[in-house]
Design a protein around this ligand. Structure first.
Ligand code: HEC
Length: 143
């Protein structure tokens, strides 16, 4: 009885659940910039999956490399943002861009030879991309 009363008193308020993620401090414009990049990442992922569903592998390869792959770094102002992010966080970001470039190659292969192996490679690379998204989200927050 007493114990449950104490637990109730010390329990976090609604919406104040314990958050084990590391807080990354960025100035407001930088934070906005990074979140805008993030929304573009999700929109891109959605576009890629839609293209794959419609057998548009070449379109998917192009959008993957340009908006998520190594070629997207200048588009996202990566050089500008990177100095504000811890090295381990940067490394996860780099691994995501590498995985996306591998995905772009897989998509190009599938556009030439649409075999079961090619589709498996696409799914593998796609999973490597989302694994990097998930790893970073599990460890870091901006707010
Ligand atoms: C290097 C780290 C990192 C990687 C990689 C990453 N994100 Fe994020 N993302 C974050 C952080 C940090 C936030 C802010 C979370 C918070 O503050 O609660 C975020 C927020 C977001 C948001 C919310 C945007 C908003 O306006 O609130 C979306 C959507 C998102 N990420 C999608 C993705 C997708 C999709 C991928 C992979 C293709 C991805 N992210 C990869 C770190 C990352």
């Amino acid at each position: 009885m007493l114990l449950s009363a104490i637990l109730l008193l010390t329990a976090p308020c609604e919406g104040e659940v314990q958050d084990p993620r590391e807080l990354v401090h960025l100035q407001a414009p930088m934070q906005e910039h990074m979140l805008a990049n993030m929304r573009d990442h999700l929109a891109t992922l959605n576009e890629i999956i839609g293209d794959v569903a419609n057998d548009k592998f070449e379109d998917a390869a192009k959008v993957t490399e340009q908006r998520l792959g190594m070629s997207s770094l200048s588009l996202h102002g990566a050089a500008h943002l990177a100095p504000f992010l811890h090295q381990p966080m940067q490394d996860i970001g780099t691994s995501m861009h590498h995985a996306a470039s591998r995905l772009a190659i897989g998509l190009q292969n599938a556009s030439v030879t649409p075999t079961a192996d090619a589709f498996r490679d696409i799914n593998k690379a796609l999973h490597e991309v989302t694994t990097a998204c998930e790893a970073c989200h599990a460890h870091y927050r901006l707010r």
